[in-house]
Design a protein around this ligand. Structure first.
Ligand SMILES: [Zn+2]
Length: 315
């Protein structure tokens, strides 16, 4: 560019110097023609250079605009020769991903495989000879956590992925039973109350009914070994809310195929199934003598750290 400009300036200088030359010169017309030609060539070259410069500048100004603009189909259609015209395909793909929720991203609850037994904290049978048949006495003998496991294992035997919720569950839900075909969905929520002297009241039943909504479950199940109050029974009437007493659970177990009953029995009565588990630290509690004529109680060896409250012994 600069070369053209210098050439143009030199040509101008030469022509002016030539025109300012003293006296008539026989070569003057030839020089004039030559200088004129040079000036024209220089001017043309200068023009070409300027046009090139302008083109480069406009290109540079356009490019950042194109990338900065929101990528729409319209902008690409306006510039069909652009190397970015493959963009619509990419945009379409990304838009599709954004609109349609992809099923694998859905939070899938951790569901135990139906055949896997629950973790065994203690080893070896400590209850003497293991029972060989189901009975209401056996169901009542189960410690609170083993009773929850019975409810979950019962549904697993029936082919539903069921899991215990563990401590700190919402709405008092102890067992979450997943849908048979879609384990990401909840079929039913269950609460299990075993060691209670009073029948289950309407408040606890109402709370479970609310938890059913929270889990978006079809069904709510309340397993209560000490039965239910009249109010609780009235509340559950006509709802997808089943109140199941110990006797009703026994009937449901006895209605299963004999092989399933035996497997369920072996799973539920493995190891120590009567000593309660600490609700906080999940270890077996220890029996302690009650003072001043009070009944014996179950205490956690770890209670200074876990703060678990003692559980009064039933016998
Ligand atoms: Zn504890």
């Amino acid at each position: 560019m600069f070369i053209y400009r210098i050439a143009a300036v030199l040509a101008a200088l030469t022509s002016s110097a030539a025109s300012a030359g003293a006296g008539p010169n026989p070569f003057m017309p030839i020089i004039k023609v030559a200088v004129g030609g040079l000036v024209v060539i220089a001017a043309v070259l200068l023009m070409i250079g300027l046009i090139k410069l302008l083109l480069v500048m406009t290109m540079k100004r356009r490019q950042p605009q194109r990338s900065g603009r929101p990528a729409t189909g319209r902008s690409n259609r306006r510039d069909p020769k652009s190397p970015l015209r493959r963009e619509p395909v990419l945009i379409a793909a990304s838009k599709h991903d954004g609109v349609e929720p992809s099923p694998p991203l859905r939070p899938a609850p951790t569901v135990k495989p139906s055949s896997a037994p629950f973790a065994e904290p203690s080893a070896g049978p400590v209850n003497g000879s293991a029972p060989t048949v189901w009975s209401i006495a056996l169901i009542r003998e189960l410690e609170w956590k083993r009773f929850e496991e019975l409810c979950a294992l019962f549904w697993q035997r029936k082919g539903y992925p069921a899991r215990l919720t563990g401590a700190g569950a919402d709405g008092g839900v102890d067992v979450v039973i997943a849908d048979q075909r879609d384990p990401a969905r909840t079929f039913a929520v269950a609460q299990c109350k075993s060691w209670s002297s009073k029948p289950v009241g309407v408040e606890a039943v109402r709370a479970l009914w609310g938890a059913r909504d929270h889990f978006k479950a079809q069904l709510a199940l309340f397993y209560g070994l000490s039965g239910f109050t009249q109010d609780a029974r009235a509340f559950a009437e006509g709802k997808h809310l089943k109140l199941i007493s110990g006797e009703e659970l026994l009937q449901q177990i006895e209605a299963m195929p004999a092989a399933d009953q035996a497997t369920l029995l072996a799973e539920v009565t493995r190891g120590d199934y009567t000593t309660p588990t600490c609700p906080t630290c999940d270890i077996k509690m220890s029996r302690r003598p009650g003072r001043d004529g009070k009944p014996d109680f179950w205490g956690c060896n770890n209670y200074r750290r876990c703060g678990a409250r003692p559980i009064v012994c039933r016998s």
